[in-house]
Write a protein that binds this ligand. Structure first.
Ligand SMILES: [Zn+2]
Length: 220
């Protein structure tokens, strides 16, 4: 049985694993906004289904079948977001919530049709890589804009997809994946940083800069 809840858990485990390497029950509970007890119960259930392994002190890990399901759901999510932007003309701040629903119900046939129609896209509108049908997924960049140094020019690779207000904020400033920015100034003591895009200076607070992944020149 593969319910929506199971898919959401597997996706969350995959995302925490990607971000932090190790998946603690507490991190998962926080990500899903549930109690630690509910998370523990669900992990036990997923382990019984053979979708995760749970070793003491090692945290939770997806098994190969668990990883396959997670990547399939993520593929749906990111293809739907791309479809809604590219084919239906929605703005990038309006697609995540829709994709959260579609990702569970998209048939393989429709998925394939969408993929073909869009020209087999490799990344969604937020710059997140779209897993292939076979479950291959390119590395996501790890460097955050907040970690860049003053004077450095970097290219925006990916932005967080789940905060619509922030996406509108970034869009208004032209900060999309593929856009190059130069860090011109960093305020000390965790203060904001200033980036220059073309000839415009943009001040960004830390929490925003932390949600933007960037690439240094020459990085794949
Ligand atoms: Zn999304």
């Amino acid at each position: 049985m593969q319910t929506k809840a199971v898919e959401d858990y597997l996706k969350a485990i995959y995302e925490v694993q990607e971000r932090e390497g190790r998946v603690a029950t507490s991190a998962l509970a926080e990500r899903l906004q549930i109690s630690a007890a509910s998370a523990t119960g669900m992990i036990k259930k997923l382990a019984e289904m053979g979708l995760v392994s749970h070793e003491p002190y090692q945290g939770v890990r997806l098994t190969e079948p668990g990883r396959k399901i997670a990547l399939e759901v993520i593929r749906h999510h990111r293809l739907v977001e791309t479809y809604l932007v590219e084919a239906m003309g929605l703005t990038w701040d309006k697609v995540h919530d829709e994709a959260e629903k579609w990702e569970h119900v998209l048939s393989e046939e429709l998925e394939d049709r969408m993929d073909e129609m869009l020209g087999r896209p490799t990344h969604d509108p937020h710059g997140a890589p779209i897993p292939t049908r076979e479950g291959h997924i390119p590395e996501t960049p790890r460097l955050k804009l907040s970690e860049a140094v003053a004077g450095e020019t970097v290219t925006i690779a990916q932005v967080a997809d789940d905060d619509a207000a922030m996406l509108r904020y970034l869009g208004e400033r032209g900060l999309y994946p593929g856009v190059a920015v130069t860090v011109t100034h960093i305020e000390p003591f965790e203060g904001p940083l200033t980036v220059r895009r073309e000839d415009r200076d943009i001040s960004l607070g830390r929490p925003v800069a932390e949600c933007i992944k960037v690439r240094r020149p020459g990085e794949a």
